[in-house]
Design a binder for this molecule. Structure first.
Ligand code: THU
Length: 135
């Protein structure tokens, strides 16, 4: 998928967003090393805290289908500002692909592209867990 197609896939997911509380739709399209793409939208909840962001919807779809090797993600919003991933989503993306690219879109389709590492410097990861990987 081309970069423009990935951005279009994220933007098309704005239609699927379930956001009756914030009225802030977000769409995401996550590309893996094998070229597969998993899309997502934000899914809100009356309990507020169960809300899941578009990026994590896409990650859950990908990981549950056996893909973890993310290359880039496009995140679309409708506001003037670029739709940057929240802190929780940055952490979740880092778990699987610390070197991936994040393409943030605004409502005009303009992009701000950054390495995930620029969005999450000094991120906490498994290397900081002394017993990681041990049974
Ligand atoms: N949201 C996302 O889907 N992705 C982000 O990274 C930023 C925030 C959603 C969560 C909530 O449904 C709405 O945007 C307002 O915060």
């Amino acid at each position: 998928m081309t970069r423009e197609e990935l951005k279009a896939a994220a933007t098309s997911m704005l239609e699927r967003a379930y956001c009756p509380y914030s009225h802030f739709p977000v769409g995401a399209a996550l590309e893996c090393a094998d070229g597969s793409v998993f899309t997502g939208c934000n899914i809100e909840n009356a309990g507020y805290s169960p809300t899941i962001c578009a990026e994590r919807t896409a990650v859950a779809k990908a990981v549950s289908e056996g893909r973890r090797d993310f290359v880039r993600i496009a995140v679309a919003g409708r506001s003037e500002d670029f739709c940057v991933p929240c802190g929780v989503c940055r952490q979740v993306l880092q778990e699987f692909a610390p070197d991936m690219e994040v393409i943030c879109l605004n409502g005009s389709g303009e992009e701000l592209a950054l390495p995930l590492k620029a969005l999450l410097p000094y991120g906490f990861d498994r290397s900081l867990l002394p017993d990681a990987g041990k049974p």
